[in-house]
Structures are given as structure tokens and as C-alpha cells.
Write a protein that binds this ligand. Structure first.
Ligand code: S3P
Length: 183
């Protein structure tokens, strides 16, 4: 079957916390003019709370349930020419990985643990890293999640040493190829 017939022309960004999904999503949005959904932002707007509050008051499972519901909604409403920037834990659930693959061209932004730590250490908005042993936690979560990112992604980009414009350029070039040369 021709993959371009089944995979809509959307770009979906996945990757660990601090891997640059939101920034690269905005860059792609500006360059392509495709609409943009930042899932974390959407969840905060819909629930009227910060993610840290959702985790604290309702727990991680409630957050994950809501995240999956949002992804189902996005998949239903999104036809084509859309950028979706996801939360780092979206790949945990197998049903999400399947939804992501069918939603568009899935790009995994990867960065080494030290880089992730540098980028996230001062920000207290990520409940899973808001811990004294955040550096070790990054390694543990990354090791656990790597196979899931790998399963969901059509493309992995090693972002170390690249700025968001360079990353976006790489994504655009490969997306053009992906959508015109089905695999
Ligand atoms: C999470 C990543 C966060 C946010 C939540 C949980 C995760 O998004 O969805 O704090 O489990 O990795 P970012 O990847 O945008 O930080």
C-alpha cells in the first residue's frame, strides 16, 4: 500500500523532556504555515491548571488518561498540514504510539542526558524531574523510554550541537522526502 495515502501530511514531534519539541514545533509552524498544537499547552488550557498542579492534585495516571484523550481528539480532528508537539511521556502507552504513527511523520528529537539535565535543571515545571536526584532520574527514564520512542518514530534526529533552525531544516528536508517517497 502507498504510505502517502494512509499517513496524513502532518509532522509530529516526540522526545524526552527538554529535547526542544516546543521550540522546533514553533519554528516549523513559522516556516511552513501549518497550524500548531502543543499538547502540554492544550492540556493546561483545557484543564485550567499547570501540569505540576495536575500531577500533584490528580496524579500521573489522571494526567496520562487526559493526554491519551487529547491525542485521540487531535487524531480525529486533524486532517493534514498540522504540527503536533507532544509531551515527553506520550510514548509510554502502546495505544498512543499507534495513534502517533498514524497521525503523521513522527520525528524523535534526541539529546544526551547531560544536555537534557542542563536544559531542565532550573525549570520547576516538570514534576517528573523536580527531584533532588534529577540527573539519575533522566538516565532511568530515558533508558526505559528509548525503545518506545524508537517504535513510534519514523526519524530520529540527534540534536546535540544543532540549533532549532538547523533541526527544523533537517526535518523539512526529510519530511519532503518521506511524503513523496513512501517506504
Ligand atoms: C512529561 C513531559 C512533559 C509533560 C509532563 C510529563 C514526561 O512535557 O507532559 O511533565 O513524562 O516526560 P515536555 O516533554 O514538553 O517537558
Amino acid at each position: 500500500m502507498n504510505q502517502t495515502e494512509v499517513i496524513p501530511k502532518n509532522i509530529v514531534l516526540i522526545g524526552f523532556m527538554g529535547s526542544g519539541k516546543s521550540t522546533v514545533g514553533r519554528e516549523l509552524h513559522q516556516r511552513l504555515g501549518y497550524s500548531l498544537t502543543d499538547m502540554d499547552q492544550l492540556i493546561e488550557e483545557t484543564m485550567g491548571k499547570k501540569i505540576t498542579e495536575i500531577f500533584k492534585e490528580e496524579g500521573e495516571t489522571a494526567f496520562r488518561d487526559f493526554e491519551t484523550l487529547q491525542l485521540i481528539e487531535i487524531a480525529k480532528q486533524t486532517e493534514s498540514r498540522h504540527i503536533v508537539s507532544t509531551g515527553g511521556g506520550i510514548v509510554i502507552r502502546p495505544e498512543n504510539r499507534k495513534l502517533l504513527r498514524n497521525l503523521g511523520y513522527v520525528v524523535w528529537l534526541h539529546a544526551p542526558g547531560d544536555v537534557i539535565y542542563e536544559r531542565t535543571a532550573r525549570n520547576k515545571d516538570r514534576p517528573l524531574l523536580n527531584l533532588p536526584n534529577a540527573r539519575e532520574r533522566i538516565d532511568t527514564l530515558m533508558a526505559e523510554r528509548e525503545p518506545w520512542y524508537c517504535e513510534a518514530a519514523h526519524l530520529k534526529i540527534d540534536t546535540a550541537g544543532l540549533d532549532s533552525k538547523e533541526i527544523a531544516t533537517g526535518i523539512l528536508e526529510s519530511a519532503r522526502y518521506f511524503f513523496t517517497h513512501p517506504i
